[in-house]
Design a binder for this molecule. Structure first.
Ligand code: FAD
Length: 470
């Protein structure tokens, strides 16, 4: 009987255990993608980027005589309906670890089993399943470094190659047209400005991984903190949609480590484990996504009012703080932001502007094409001080000295801020093509005044911290 391959965040052909198992089961394979509530709830940029990824995989499957069946609605209903119509005896998928996906997948599994259809989830999104990494006392890791020590020398299965054939069914079930979903509809920032900054699909991801591990990984440790440098892998957008697997990255990194990449390659492997850490945390403590991981922080006087002028200025990259503004503009145009910059803008919002991290998280949810439910939640709570293994609240990044240190020649600033430049760069100008007219910003405006003095904002945050009720 046919096997339905339910695609989600595993939009690749190689190192895809669920796909390989479906092919090995024998019989036709019917790849399906369902536009469910989780897809509808995505922010503008990640939803648009998902559409690009789906189109790419559909094309790659067509090259193999297969395709994706696109359907909208409740996964359990759709999969049952498809199984009935195609005579499929099994549904396979790659496991997810965040609370909403787990709830959905449990319901799907139960209804397939009730209908006597085999339902099987597979690995592929993580290096280490969350229930396989435990502290000596038997719990999950709440601190990163011991987790790294526990997993650094573990065997990770060698990546699977792509199946040479994905056998099609005799006839294809009905499918929506992907274009009709208009996944880019909310992308009002001029998708054509953002498009050149995306590296879409499996082939492109592997090209980049090859370049990175061949040429850049040896310098990663030195360059990765400088936002103007092309010093990091840039693979987050591919990892989040599953266009490349973490095991493929891990093995390439390990090879580089043994081929002379040394400490620097190890530092990169550690970053891959930060991604694991985020997933293990969201699996074991789902509340990390929506509320303070350290619950005592519920009593902190966070300001949640998004309508404040300074929050608007933060989103629009006009706080008057060049590092913050450059970073927020980078994200708006490219869908990504350098990690150092993410730390700075998150610290600035939650400390200098005393704003609840959830406000920042929501804006990132909407703007990031590498948006990842686990890393974004962990990143925000790390910056705000409310998360596990977080930076303490009283450690307030100074965006000015950070800029001096990590952008010493001003390249990042010039790349993204047009105001007050006699000859603004193309990238800085592209921001003005992307933003809505209602923001009323022009490249020849004066550069904005600071919305808050750095020492004033810092002191206000520290005073609130001193006075906290916990
Ligand atoms: P590299 O430096 O090349 O690292 C390789 C991979 O390791 C990355 O692609 C990523 O998958 C993983 N990784 C690296 N750093 C981290 C980290 N700190 N936490 C978790 N995984 C990491 N990352 C996302 O993928 N999606 C998000 O939505 C996201 N939101 C964030 C929000 C905040 C406030 C902060 C501080 C960080 C966030 N990060 C997020 C983590 C990090 O900034 C990005 O993963 C990184 O900038 C991606 O660039 P890269 O692919 O070149 O990474």
């Amino acid at each position: 009987t046919p096997t339905i391959l339910w695609l989600r965040r595993d939009l690749r052909l190689s190192d895809h255990p669920a796909l390989t198992a479906a092919v090995e089961r024998g019989g036709p394979v019917i790849p399906v993608f369902i536009r469910d509530k989780l897809v509808d709830d995505l922010g503008a940029a990640p939803k648009w980027r998902l559409g690009l990824s789906l189109a790419d995989l559909d094309k790659r499957l067509r090259d193999k005589g297969s395709r994706i069946v696109f359907r909208s609605g409740k996964p359990a209903d759709i999969l049952l309906d498809l199984a009935r119509k195609t005579g499929a005896g099994a549904v396979y998928w790659s496991r997810a670890y965040d609370p909403d996906a787990i709830e959905r997948d449990k319901a799907v599994k139960a209804s397939l089993k009730d209908a006597d259809i085999e339902a099987e989830s597979h690995t592929g999104h993580l290096l280490f399943e969350p229930w396989t990494v435990e502290t000596k006392a038997g719990g999950f890791y709440k601190v990163y470094t011991p987790m790294w020590r526990a997993v650094r020398d573990r065997e990770v299965d060698a990546p699977l190659s792509a199946p040479s054939k994905v056998p099609p069914p005799e006839s294809w079930p009905d499918s929506d047209a992907l274009e009709d979903w208009k996944l880019g509809a909310a992308m009002d920032r001029g998708a054509e400005v953002c498009l050149p900054h995306q590296r879409v699909g499996e082939e492109a991801a592997h090209g980049r991984l090859g370049w990175f591990t061949g040429h850049a990984i040896g310098e990663y440790k030195n360059t990765r903190d400088f936002p103007a440098e092309d010093g990091t892998s840039g693979l987050s957008e591919n990892l989040t949609y599953g266009e490349i697997s973490p095991a493929q990255c891990w093995h390439a990194g390990r090879r580089a480590l043994h081929d002379g990449g040394g400490k620097s390659a190890e530092t990169w492997l550690q970053e891959l484990v930060w991604r694991e850490f985020a997933y293990h945390l969201i699996y074991h403590t789902p509340r990390i996504k929506d509320g303070n991981w350290r619950e005592e922080w519920d009593a902190f006087p966070w300001n949640e009012d998004e309508r404040r002028a300074e929050v608007k200025a933060w989103k629009q990259g006009r706080t008057g703080e060049p590092f913050v503004d450059a970073a927020m503009r980078e994200m708006y145009v490219t869908g990504k932001m350098h990690n150092r910059a993410r730390m700075i803008v998150a610290s600035y919002l939650t400390k200098h502007l005393m704003t609840h991290w959830k406000v920042g998280q929501a804006w990132f949810d909407d703007c990031l094409t590498d948006w990842d439910v686990a890393s974004n939640a962990m990143g925000w709570q790390w910056a705000a001080g409310s998360g596990p293994d977080a930076t303490p609240y009283f450690r307030v990044f100074n965006p000015e000295t950070q800029l001096d240190k990590f952008d010493p020649d001003g390249a990042y600033r010039r790349r993204w801020i047009a105001e007050a430049q006699s000859r603004p760069t193309k990238t800085a100008l592209s921001y003005f093509e992307a933003i809505p007219r209602s923001w009323t910003m022009q490249p020849d405006d004066e550069y904005p005044e600071r919305v808050i003095g750095l020492s004033e904002g810092r002191q206000r945050a520290l005073d609130a911290y001193e006075a906290r009720p916990f």
